[in-house]
Design a protein around this ligand. Structure first.
Ligand code: SAM
Length: 193
């Protein structure tokens, strides 16, 4: 069984679920949630972002298209004792998520490719297939002062993201950046104007 640690808590990673890497940890470090907030962790994988927000006192919906990921998130939230703070829900992006949130977090599949077997990381031919759909819809799911944090790689063009956010009339800032061997990662924070 693969294991990882966040805030000194031990998590497990089930077969067929994304094993948290630099992208996951960079995003988790950047996200600031508040007690009582209603938060959404899209593409929860092992549940790392959902647990991180629940530990900060938030009530969280953890969602994924992959049922193994939902099982994995449930396993970790129970292990850490946060199962009362997190609800899991199967959904393709916002399809089954009608409500609005104080905070939305997403570490999308972003590697350019089109490789079905890499569904955790594959973002379609240009790496933007899921990211673009997410940016298109996320503003509608934020409460009035709600914020959204998402991760992006230089592999799929920061400038395109900034242009899209401006077109959607969203304010944004870069809250974390890390250079890796073959790419650079950014965490964007954005909110409705
Ligand atoms: C890079 S992993 C991130 C996992 C975890 N949030 C983390 O930070 O380590 C991307 C996750 O998004 C999920 N995913 C991919 N496409 C999705 C979609 N259209 N709707 C919801 N989840 C999706 C994958 O199943 C995977 O668990």
């Amino acid at each position: 069984m693969k294991k990882f640690y966040l805030n000194e808590k031990e998590f497990e990673v089930l077969e067929g679920v994304y094993e948290p890497a630099e992208d996951s940890f960079l995003l988790a470090e950047a996200v600031k949630a508040e007690a009582g907030w209603k938060c959404l962790d899209l593409g929860t994988g092992s549940g790392i972002q959902a647990v991180n927000m629940a530990e900060q006192g938030a009530e969280v919906v953890a969602s994924d298209v992959n049922e193994n990921a939902l099982d994995n998130a449930e396993l970790n939230m129970k292990k850490i004792g946060l199962e009362k703070k997190i609800e899991t829900r199967k959904s393709n992006l916002f399809e089954k998520i009608p409500e609005k949130f104080d905070c939305i977090v997403f570490n999308p599949p972003y590697v350019p490719g089109n490789r079905e077997e890499w569904k955790d990381t594959d973002g379609g031919e240009r790496g933007r297939q899921v990211l673009d759909r997410f940016i298109e819809e996320t503003g509608k799911h934020l409460k009035e002062k709600g914020v959204c944090y998402f991760l992006q790689s230089s592999l799929n063009k920061f400038e395109e993201t900034k242009e899209m956010l401006m077109k959607k009339k969203m304010w944004f800032e870069e809250v974390a950046r890390r250079k890796l061997f073959f790419e650079e990662l950014i965490v964007f924070k954005c909110w409705n104007k």
